[in-house]
Design a protein around this ligand. Structure first.
Ligand code: DX5
Ligand code: ZN
Length: 213
């Protein structure tokens, strides 16, 4: 599956870009929320997501790069999130936060930063619909893919096979048409792509290419 990241969209033409994604073969719309604390950047919040929801015909995959995301679960439900992922590194009571996302009727997932080992999820993966592995240090689009991610995807696949076979593996950061095939081979189910899609000359064709790797 492919989840294009709207962080790289043209915010002045957001409706146009969302409609382009509706017409493409992408599966989800990836929405990056940043608070300027957990990551050194601020992106956008609920009003913008509400607007995207109004025009989107596909599930909203909301990636929260914010401290203590448990404070805002109901808000993200209200603005139209379908899938919410929270960082392991940003939650003191991770299992409680995942349960809160589930209780709101959304799919839930944990995100691991590049420095966090897959083994941290031994006691949590059972609660996840998906796990998102960061393949860059979060905060910005257009960064270089970290090669160690392939081995983390393989380790995570093994953990999921053991404890939660239906859990999806998503990869985010520096994904492009060059590394997509290798990521799918390693066991990834969903690829996030920001710059690779929105800076390409033909985003619809790039999404098709990412899907067919
Ligand atoms: C990075 C964000 C990503 C970002 C990916 O912190 O979580 O979703 O938009 O952008 P690219 O694909 O350009 O690395
Ligand atoms: Zn993201």
């Amino acid at each position: 599956m492919v989840s294009p990241s709207l962080l790289s969209a043209d915010f002045g033409n957001l409706q146009r870009d969302v409609e382009m994604l509706n017409a493409s073969e992408c599966d989800w719309l990836h929405i990056d929320v940043m608070d300027g604390m957990f990551v050194p950047n601020i992106s956008f919040g609920q009003p913008v997501i509400k607007f995207i929801k109004k025009h989107a015909q596909k599930p909203l995959d909301v990636h929260l790069m914010i401290m203590d995301p448990g404070r805002y679960i109901a808000d993200f439900k209200n603005c139209g999130a379908d899938i919410v992922t929270v960082h392991y590194e940003a939650c003191t009571h991770l299992n409680r936060t995942l349960a809160a996302i589930r209780d709101e009727g959304m799919k839930c997932g944990v995100v691991l930063n590049p420095h966090s080992p897959v083994a941290l999820l031994e006691d949590t993966v059972q609660m996840c619909d998906l796990v998102l592995l960061m393949s860059v240090n979060p905060g910005f689009g257009g960064q270089k893919f970290i090669e160690n991610t392939y081995s983390k995807v393989r380790q995570l696949r093994e953990l999921c096979d053991r404890k939660n076979p239906s859990c999806l593996i998503e990869v985010d950061g520096g994904v492009n048409t060059e590394n997509a095939a290798k990521l799918y081979e390693a066991g990834a189910d969903v690829l996030v792509a920001g710059n690779a899609v929105f800076k390409s000359e033909n985003p619809i064709a790039t999404i098709h290419e990412l899907k067919s790797k």
